[in-house]
Design a protein around this ligand. Structure first.
Ligand code: FMN
Length: 237
């Protein structure tokens, strides 16, 4: 079968569900990620000043460059020689997988090649819980801990480590969004329906989900008075 590199046999072994979907022709279209801009962005202290949860999104899809930067900032490989990531993980277990739910389907971020691997041709965003507006965000990040990758940790510690490690990734995404003028909010969910929709294995546990998109356009009248640069830049998106 003539498949993209990320869908060839070696990759099947780790993700049997995806291989079934490949064979059934149930995969969403491939999305090419441009190289992330690792030198851009605003000064860290200014970004920290702006970091916040924003719950109203424009329906506009995220530009490929913004999606690429978001994924790299959240959980990309920043030291290729060792494969270490932008987010720390307990004992470098890297047990969190970053799934990306878009209107056109579900993808999994593979950090080393910086690729989005198609998983399912289904829109799972309506299963991501939270307030209805959050499910309409063009991108929902789904942070999934694979407990099969946590053998170095004592069983009693694994839930804590999965939650901590997911938290770092989420905060990286928050900071990128603040830097790039995007809206984002991390939110709770009903895990079993989403896990079923994603065909996760029992050892794969959803930790948290995070909606991302452009902020909903703010009308000129609703904008803060001149001088409030933050409100103005958000409204301009
Ligand atoms: C684990 C966790 C779960 C959250 N769940 C929700 C949620 O279900 N809905 C929501 O609107 N915000 C949710 N939030 C966002 C918080 O409400 C938000 O971070 C808090 O109000 C502080 O606002 P800020 O992020 O703008 O500082 C959650 C945050 C965390 C860390």
């Amino acid at each position: 079968m003539n498949l993209p590199r990320s869908q060839k046999a070696g990759w099947y072994a780790a993700t049997p569900v995806a291989s079934v979907a490949v064979l059934r022709g149930e995969l969403p279209p491939a999305i090419a990620l441009p190289a992330p801009d690792q030198a851009g962005g605003r000064p860290l202290m200014a970004v920290l000043r702006e970091r916040q949860s924003i719950r109203e999104f424009s329906p506009q899809s995220l530009a490929p460059a913004a999606l690429s930067n978001l994924l790299w900032a959240a959980y990309g490989v920043n030291r290729p020689a060792t494969g270490h990531r932008t987010a720390p993980s307990t004992m470098n277990m890297q047990e969190i997988a970053l799934y990306v739910a878009l209107e056109g389907g579900l993808y999994r971020y593979e950090a080393k090649p910086h690729e989005l691997v198609p998983i399912l041709a289904a829109d799972v965003r309506p299963k991501t819980g939270g307030q209805p507006a959050l499910q309409q965000a063009p991108v929902v990040l789904i942070l999934v801990a694979d407990y099969d990758l946590m053998s170095k940790a004592r069983p009693a510690d694994r839930d804590f480590f999965a939650a901590i490690d997911a938290g770092f990734i989420s905060q990286n995404a928050y900071l990128y969004c603040a830097s790039a003028g995007l809206a984002t909010v991390v939110h709770e969910l009903n895990r079993p329906p989403l896990a079923a929709a994603m065909h996760l294995r029992p050892e794969q546990r959803i930790v948290i989900v995070q909606a991302v998109g452009y902020p909903k356009a703010v009308s000129a009248e609703a904008r803060a008075p001149a001088g409030s640069s933050r409100s103005e830049s958000r409204g301009a998106k």
